[in-house]
Design a protein around this ligand. Structure first.
Ligand code: CUA
Length: 370
């Protein structure tokens, strides 16, 4: 019944508003103030010193030649757009005010065709577009340039839903295969060959550069030179099925010495267990259906459906970058992977023929794979 009671009051308010009461003006001013503050707040929220901590996938902190070029072009075009926008709005505002309708105003002069004006509004935009086109075409050539002879080659395969990275080692006689964490040396050009043996994916590590698709039956290239060591976040940027949003990755840029150490370690066979619990874990993993899908170099395991686990414990994350790589999360993953990652090819515990009491041993073995 409340609405009937307040009805006359609301009617009064509406009438007062229609009459342009001072209450209405104050309210409108408050609203306008709030609206004006919104972009400022959003701007400040995005640009604090913690920007990278809150937005690790920012495109505004480029760290490769490729990303710097893109960033520069974006800022250049943005500034030009803002300048043109301000000029246009000021001019329109001035004209609207100066030539506004006046009750006793005379009819303005009627103009039919003005060559000078027509030339000006054709030529000025053409010149502006040329100033945008030249650096754009330059950026296209820079970001699509073929790799130099000294580039590090990594083959990236998009999977549902994880990333496989392959490096040729020992002069191409051997291959290092890893997953979800791509290591690259700082200061050396990197050439990624992007492939897919299933659906479309898109490789995107924003601080490294733009997105590039992984397309079945076609090899795409992405060439960049990392400039700063760090761990950079990335993810799949092309819808690829149930767990597309859970197809993440880390790009680890490190000094050439650290990179070489990592690569040498990856090339070596898996550590042989010495601890009895770890030994039991190994026995379990190498006798269960895990064998069909995973490779662990130095054991009987040579499956290729799932990620190579030879040095699994060295990875920071698991299940394609969605969780920290620790015992709790690994247990969760082993117990019910399809629950953690819908549609995952990694089955649940009964399908793996894995018992609850065996999980800690499997975890211990996987954590020993340094
Ligand atoms: Cu792979 Cu989306």
């Amino acid at each position: 019944m409340k609405s009937t009671e307040s009805l006359p009051a609301r009617r009064m308010e509406t009438l007062a508003a229609a009459a342009g009461s001072p209450g209405r003006t104050a309210r409108a001013r408050r609203w306008l103030g709030a609206l004006g503050a919104l972009p400022v707040l959003l701007f400040l929220a995005a640009c604090g010193p913690d920007h990278l901590k809150h937005y690790p996938q920012t495109t505004f902190a480029p760290t490769t030649d490729y990303a710097l070029e893109q960033d520069w072009l974006f800022r250049y075009v943005l500034i030009m757009g803002v300048v043109v926008g301000i000029i246009v709005f000021v001019a329109v505002g001035y004209i609207l005010f100066k030539f506004r309708h006046r009750p006793d105003g005379a009819e303005p002069a009627q103009t039919h065709g003005n060559t000078t004006l027509e030339l000006a509004w054709t030529l000025i935009p053409a010149v502006i577009l040329a100033f945008i086109a030249v650096p754009t075409v330059r950026a296209i050539f820079i970001t699509q340039a073929p790799a130099s002879a000294s580039a590090l080659h990594v083959t990236v395969m998009g999977k549902q839903w994880w990333w496989q990275f392959k490096y040729a080692v020992n002069g191409g006689r051997d291959t290092v295969t890893t997953a979800n964490e791509i290591h690259v040396p700082v200061g050396q050009q990197v050439e990624l060959t992007l492939k897919s043996d299933n659906v479309l994916h898109s490789f995107w590590v924003p601080q490294m550069g733009g997105k590039r698709d992984l397309i079945p039956n076609r090899d795409n290239k992405l060439v960049f030179t990392p400039k700063e060591p760090g761990v950079y976040y990335g993810q799949c940027a092309e819808f690829c099925g149930d767990s597309h949003a859970l197809m993440r990755m880390r790009l680890i840029a490190e000094t050439p010495a650290d990179f070489q150490r990592w690569l040498n370690n990856e090339a070596s066979p898996a550590a042989e267990p010495t601890d009895s619990a770890v030994m039991l874990g190994k026995q379990l993993v190498t006798s269960k259906p895990c064998v069909g899908c995973h490779t662990i170099k130095g054991t009987v395991m040579a499956g290729v459906t799932g990620p190579n686990l030879t040095h699994f414990a060295r990875r920071r994350t698991l299940a394609a970058g969605i969780m920290d790589n620790n015992a709790t999360n690994l247990g969760r993953w082993l117990r019910n992977a399809p629950h953690v990652k819908p549609g995952s090819k990694m089955p649940d515990m009964p399908t793996l023929n894995l018992k609850e009491e065996e999980v800690p041993y499997v975890v211990a073995y996987l954590q020993s794979l340094q």
